[in-house]
Design a binder for this molecule. Structure first.
Ligand code: GLA
Length: 354
């Protein structure tokens, strides 16, 4: 195991120091993670010839993350994706959330977990560098009930896996849906759009949305639609097809339901292959859903790392999660967390090249 390096990233607007932690392995894989929002800032990966490139979109400076509106690389909480009208009812109690997406609450509200300074601790598990991040979200933060104690551990394994273990407890009934919002471009950040990446999603169903990108409640088959990625297809091959769901979202921005047998087991939810470099990303998760987002809202207004301007569809996300707006859909897998229960989810990003 190589030692983890730590350096000052910068001081936040509130005058606190944020750090960058470097997790690296024998194969040249390197992840730089900041305790500001838990963002994965850089991720260096070899291509099929061993050449390294940084495959995540992001910023060179902490200030970039403090003003970011695209959620680059960060931990999303308390609730990934949208909650309709910023409102839900739990055991007869109505909770009103901060609304930051029209009438909806998106990715935790105005100041989500991606904008909080987490407490970092270098730990190691099975000989692999690991970074523990903890954050205590006070009762009523962004409208969510309960003091929530959240813990996220990033581990880089010798097998070129970046593993993310999420856990949490609460002292009041609440809802929780944590994810990571990294935008990948396996050719390298800033190296054009992601339309030529090949994608497989091992899911027969998805949750269709309305015009506000809120699930209608239906669980729909992907069969015969451009959302069918059960066989590898490039992102660009059908993205402009005449399909109502693609039109509503301006591309792919939907929750797929990975096929699974056990409830809790890690399953291979998706695979992405970039033909030029040969880089491959496989996503394994314990979660019941994965949001495949094709970077439709990127519009060239963000200047990111090394001066790169991120145009539309310059990155894609695979956000493992519970279904959006679950608290308002009793038929969806429950996102409720009660006192005494332990929230635990795991996602593994496994990288290779071929
Ligand atoms: C998720 C959402 C998108 C968008 C991005 C961030 O993927 O589903 O609609 O909000 O996050 O821009």
């Amino acid at each position: 195991m190589k030692a983890m390096k730590k350096r000052l990233f910068a001081t936040t607007c509130e005058g606190e120091d944020a750090f960058l932690y470097t997790l690296s392995n024998q194969n040249g894989v390197q992840a730089d993670i900041t305790n500001y929002g838990g963002a994965i800032v850089n991720l260096l990966l070899p291509d099929r010839a061993g050449k390294l490139a940084d495959v995540v979109l992001g910023y060179d400076t902490l200030a970039g993350y403090e003003t970011d509106k695209a959620y680059f690389g960060g931990i999303i909480g308390r609730f990934a994706n949208r909650i309709a009208h910023g409102r839900f009812t739990l055991h007869g109690v109505t909770c009103t959330l901060s609304r930051n997406n029209g009438d909806n609450s998106l990715h935790g509200g105005a100041i989500g977990f991606n904008k909080r300074l987490w407490t970092a601790k270098e730990i190691s598990s099975n000989g692999a560098p690991a970074l523990e991040l903890t954050y205590l979200s006070p009762d009523a933060e962004e409208g969510y009930p309960g003091n929530l104690s959240a813990r996220v551990v990033y581990t880089l394994t010798p097998q070129n896996e970046l593993k993310i273990d999420y856990s949490a407890t609460t002292d009041k009934n609440t809802v929780l849906n944590l994810t990571n919002h990294s935008y990948f471009n396996l050719a390298g950040q800033g190296e054009g759009d992601i339309l030529g990446h090949g994608v497989t999603i091992h899911a027969r169903h998805f949750t269709p949305v309305n015009a506000n990108l809120i699930p209608t409640g239906e669980i729909r088959s992907v069969k015969g639609t451009p959302l069918d990625f059960s066989r590898m297809a490039t992102i660009g091959s059908r993205i402009s097809a005449d399909d109502q769901q693609l039109k509503l979202a301006g591309g792919y921005d939907h929750n797929w339901i990975p096929d699974r047998e056990g409830d809790r087991a890690l399953v291979l939810a998706a695979e992405v292959h970039e033909p030029g470099s040969g880089r491959v990303l496989e996503v394994f998760t314990s979660q019941p859903g994965v949001q495949f987002y094709s970077g439709n809202f990127l519009d060239g207004t963000i200047r990111g790392k090394q001066g790169n301007v991120y145009q539309r569809r310059y990155g894609f996300c695979l956000e493992t999660q519970h279904y959006p707006d679950s608290p308002n859909h009793p038929d969806f897998p429950s996102t409720e967390l009660q006192p005494g229960q332990h929230y635990r989810e795991t996602t593994v990003f496994r990288f290779s090249a071929r």
